[in-house]
Write a protein that binds this ligand. Structure first.
Ligand code: FES
Length: 100
């Protein structure tokens, strides 16, 4: 998959979960059911979002739901931490809305 080369993370082990399609900022991408939204995004991109104040790239910090650095907007759910939200088929994720 060509998008994985541009990602921040590489899945080092084969997943047992089935691949599912999700949408990230309008772009359909393949992810794996049960992995975090943060991994799904960073497998395809170098950053999750841009810092509101200076535009620096952000990719989460604590990875355990404590720092609030990974907010995204998920259609039908609203604001969610990408690091503690699991991927399921058909999720529509916006990384831009969370930066407002
Ligand atoms: S990376 Fe810290 S809350 Fe998600």
């Amino acid at each position: 998959m060509s998008g994985e080369r541009a990602g921040q993370v590489v899945r080092a082990a084969a997943r047992r979960a089935p691949p599912v399609l999700v949408e990230i900022d309008g772009e359909p991408v393949e992810a794996f059911a049960g992995e975090s939204v943060l991994v799904a995004v960073l497998a395809h991109r170098p950053a999750l979002r841009r810092l509101e104040f200076g535009g620096e790239p952000r990719a989460g910090f604590c990875l355990m739901g404590a720092c609030q650095d990974c907010w995204v907007e998920i259609e039908g759910i609203g604001g969610a931490r990408a690091c503690t939200t699991s991927v399921s088929a058909g999720l529509r994720i916006s990384t831009k809305a969370a930066a407002r």
